[in-house]
Design a protein around this ligand. Structure first.
Ligand code: MN
Ligand code: MN
Length: 386
């Protein structure tokens, strides 16, 4: 159960002790119930901090014959200026059209399976089948495709530019439709008639269209492919040894263990009931995606400013760089979420570690805390505490 503020008549009320009063005007109890720390904000919250939350459930969903896609970018969440995300579903055989874009594309498979293909700038090929918990990373401008396998799939895409839009990618049909037929004929060394049936109406762009489920991976490789990409574009995140903590585990994936991911670093956090991602901050902004569970995150923004937010499955969170934050599991279920960074390496500054590695008397002079309290680190790197 999620901890909720004081209830009367079953609806949550903005009342904390002697503070606040019941709502008399229009209200939205389901949304208020999802955001107990906004409805009755903790006494430690203060000042104005921009909104740091947007749900994919509130994003426009574009429906197509092969599935759907919705995005949370800087347009939906203006504070999120470093990364953008897309949530996409492909039916069995559904194809995300051959395309490329200016941004690097990082992905986490949420459910089902897909076949992904790419060719790099040196003509080296890549093809793989990916399933739940698998990642991929296509460098900027690298042409690629995604196709749902027999069970279809749904995944999260993260782009290293907050202004990215799924509706503005470079599509193969769009390119062909906007190139004269005689130029296409000259380019490919074939007769102009070969292009008699290409889709020419932009409204007919494929984007996400239905297709047949492909056969076995081994039968889908390109015979003339001379070489394969030196650093694979896919990665089995769940095959990594997790970093275990008292309250859960994390898996960190960046260019040190997934060399293709040169611009995007990720942490998959699993915090059990009662556990908390410790108080920390980063050198870059953090873009979050909540996969399951219920969370409370508080952000400290200096100058006496602090604000608490609530998150659940399908929500995007954001923390501008240097702002201290913690993420607490509020429920009885494990809290699973992704921390994403526009960075070659994952880096964070741990409050625990800082205090433990600072002369105790210096810390004591600031906080009136027994020097030994801070001098004893819970662990070298607590990450998740309970
Ligand atoms: Mn793409
Ligand atoms: Mn963080």
């Amino acid at each position: 159960m999620v901890k909720r503020p004081h209830h009367s008549n079953g609806d949550p009320q903005p009342i904390r002790g002697e503070l606040g009063a019941s709502i008399l005007g229009p209200r939205n109890p389901p949304l208020e119930r999802e955001n107990p720390d906004l409805l009755a904000s903790p006494a430690t919250d203060s000042g104005t901090i921009p909104n740091l939350e947007f749900s994919f459930a509130a994003a426009r969903n574009r429906l197509l014959t092969g599935g759907w896609a919705r995005e949370v970018t800087v347009r939906e969440l203006p504070v999120a200026t470093e990364l953008a995300g897309v949530n996409m579903r492909l039916k069995p055989g559904g194809i995300r059209e051959l395309h490329w874009h200016k941004e690097a594309e990082w992905a986490y498979m949420l459910a089902g399976h897909a076949r992904i293909t790419a060719v790099d700038e040196q003509g080296r090929t890549f093809i793989d089948d990916v399933g739940p918990g698998d990642l991929w990373n296509f460098p900027a401008a690298t042409p690629h495709s995604i196709q749902g396998l027999q069970d279809g799939c749904e995944f999260l895409l993260v782009f290293d530019n907050a202004s990215f839009s799924e509706n503005e990618t470079f599509l193969i049909t769009d390119l062909f439709a906007h190139t004269p037929r005689d130029v296409l004929a000259k380019n490919f060394g074939v007769a102009e008639s070969a292009f008699a049936d290409i889709p020419i109406d932009v409204e007919h762009e494929r984007y996400i269209f239905s297709g047949r489920v492909p056969g076995a991976l081994a039968g889908d490789t390109v015979r003339s492919a001379a070489d394969i990409v030196p650093h694979t574009f896919s990665h089995r995140m769940m095959a990594q040894e997790p970093i275990l903590a008292d309250g859960g585990w994390v898996r960190i994936t960046d260019s040190t263990n997934f060399p293709a991911a040169t611009t995007i670093a990720a942490v998959l956090v699993n915090a059990g009931p009662g556990a908390m991602r410790e108080i920390h901050w980063h050198l870059t902004d953090e873009w979050q995606y909540y996969i399951s569970g219920h969370a409370r995150m508080a952000v400290f923004a200096s100058g006496g400013k602090a604000r608490t937010f609530n998150y659940q499955a399908g929500d995007v969170g954001y923390i501008p760089h240097a702002m201290a934050h913690y993420v607490e599991n509020l429920g009885d279920e494990p809290l699973l979420y992704l921390e994403m960074f526009r960075s070659t390496r994952f880096m964070d500054v741990s409050l625990n570690q800082w205090m433990a590695l600072t002369p105790p008397k210096l810390v004591e002079a600031h906080l009136n805390i027994d020097a030994r309290t801070m001098a004893a680190p819970r662990k070298d790197e607590p990450i998740i505490v309970k």
